[in-house]
Design a protein around this ligand. Structure first.
Ligand code: GDP
Ligand code: IMO
Ligand code: MG
Length: 441
């Protein structure tokens, strides 16, 4: 029995939703579906590289920085200290919601003063460094300045935090120092691209204005969340990206720059690890990846094209076509282990309708030997040979199914095989993008 069906016990503890693949698993949809059970929804990492889609009665919302809880009026949404905040994107997103009659008042959105700010030089560096990289080194980032912002956070010298936006004088001094350094670094490193010089005065005025607009939302969110825990409020942590993009545990270097697994929660929200009592692992019924990097079960062929078209597999943030392939049970087992997954949500099962047979990667071979583990290292992963098991497909469209038992026998057999291979119960099956198209198992 999963989080959707349990009334009191499990559902009344704090939980997290994490993607187990390379992102875009459908986290936004599941967070939205689970919202009625929670008081707070917290983003703990990543930034505007994320694109979380929520569809409510046919109306589509694409959220980048705002937690998906903003669409549930009773929830308080929190942008934790581990997030990198691009204030321009955030304010545009807030305005977009207000224009659609869903204004987010300060009482429903709290932003950590310790979260780092994505500055214009971060986006510029992301673009310059990707353009300068050779085909083999290009990460295929979202060019949202994520990596350079996290790098400056760790380096400290030029970092700017959300709280700094509230002190116009201190902010303009920090920005002047950073611009001076960044202009010299970019000119030296990327001379052939003739980078545009950063204008410290204009940037300082722009960001001080963002500070004024966001002032009533900025808070000590660690204190807020720990008070909520003490008051037995229910908190849902919303993962961004996917576990295989985690900077420590993913397919390095083709990863993002934060801990996108559940391991990122304590540091990115300031709560003890033991606060998270239930982990919902989200996977697509197949696999996708955007950007470069190894992808053993990729189907760069008619199958992959069919999945892309049926699943509308184009990026929510960048519009790039997503690479598509079969479900990879070796990679999913690894993600389940590092996140400590209690329950699985299998998403986009409807996309597989109409395929004669459906593949699952059950093992990797390297140099003729079966690997006992998932090598989270791009070099090694590039050389593995995937072993596929083919299962019978089903021809029926399933997006109108209302109960698990309504699914065709072959679809249920496919899910049973995944459960067997992964060793974790499936609690949720998603058969369409809308809130209503969600089956409890
Ligand atoms: P996230 O980043 O994990 O929140 O996922 P994205 O929103 O980037 O990508 C998931 C896409 O699949 C979105 O377009 C969703 O609307 C859509 N989606 C989610 N669940 C389902 C499902 O069960 N079936 C179909 N066909 N689409 C789904
Ligand atoms: P959500 O939350 C899919 C990928 C990028 C690139 C790599 C590094 O919607 O699942 P970055 O801009 O973070 O430096 O890019 O990570 N990536 C994502 N892929 N979904 C995401 O977020 C992603 N966020 C980053 O495509 O390969
Ligand atoms: Mg996404």
């Amino acid at each position: 029995m999963g989080i959707l069906t349990e009334q009191k016990t499990r559902a009344s503890v704090n939980a997290c939703v994490v993607g187990l693949q390379w992102g875009d698993e459908g986290k936004g949809k599941i967070v939205d579906v689970l919202c009625p059970r929670f008081d707070y929804v917290v983003r703990y990492g990543g930034g505007a590289n994320a694109g979380h889609t929520v569809i409510i009665e046919g109306e589509k919302f694409a959220l980048h920085l705002l937690p998906s809880g903003v669409l549930s009026p009773h929830c308080v949404s929190v942008i934790g200290n581990g997030v990198v905040v691009d204030p321009a994107v955030l304010l545009t997103e807030m305005k977009g919601l207000a224009d659609r009659g869903r204004a987010v008042e300060p009482g429903r959105l709290r932003i950590s003063r310790s979260a780092h700010v994505v500055m214009p030089w971060h986006k510029q560096q992301d673009a310059l460094s990707e353009a300068a990289a050779g085909a083999a080194q290009k990460i295929g980032t979202t060019v949202r300045g994520i990596g350079p912002c996290y790098a400056d956070k760790a380096a400290r010298t030029w970092a700017i935090r959300v709280g700094d936006l509230l002190d116009a004088k201190g902010l303009s001094e920090k920005i002047a120092r950073a611009c001076d350094a960044k202009n010299r670094i970019f000119a030296a490193l990327y001379a052939s691209a003739a980078p545009k010089a950063l204008d410290a005065t204009a940037i300082a005025a722009e960001y001080a204005d963002y500070g004024r607009q966001l002032a009533s939302y900025i808070d000590d969110t660690t204190w807020l969340l720990n008070r909520a825990l003490a008051a037995d409020k229910r908190i849902l942590f919303e993962g961004a990206q996917g576990s295989l993009l985690d900077v420590d545990l993913g397919t390095y270097p083709f990863v993002t720059s934060s801990n996108s697994t559940s391991c990122g929660i304590p540091a990115g929200a300031g709560v003890p690890a033991r606060a998270v009592r239930h982990t919902v692992g989200i996977v697509k019924a197949y696999t996708t990846r955007v950007g470069t990097g190894p992808f053993p079960s990729e189907q760069d062929n008619e199958i992959g094209n069919t999945i892309r078209e049926r699943g509308h597999e184009y990026g929510t943030t960048t519009g790039r076509p997503r690479r598509c392939g079969w479900f990879d049970a070796v990679a999913a087992r690894y993600s389940i282990a590092v996140n400590g997954v209690d329950e699985l949500a299998i998403m986009l099962l409807d996309v597989l309708s109409g395929l004669k047979s459906v593949g699952v990667c059950t093992a990797y071979e390297l140099d003729g030997k079966e690997l006992p583990f998932f090598p989270a290292d791009a070099g090694m992963l590039n050389r593995v040979q995937p072993k596929f098991e083919m299962l019978p497909g089903w021809s029926e469209e399933i997006n109108r199914c209302e109960r698990y038992g309504d699914l065709p026998a072959a679809a249920r057999a496919y899910l049973a095989r995944l459960e067997e291979l992964l060793g974790v119960p499936i609690g949720i099956v998603s058969v369409g993008p809308d809130r209503r198209q969600t089956l409890a198992k």
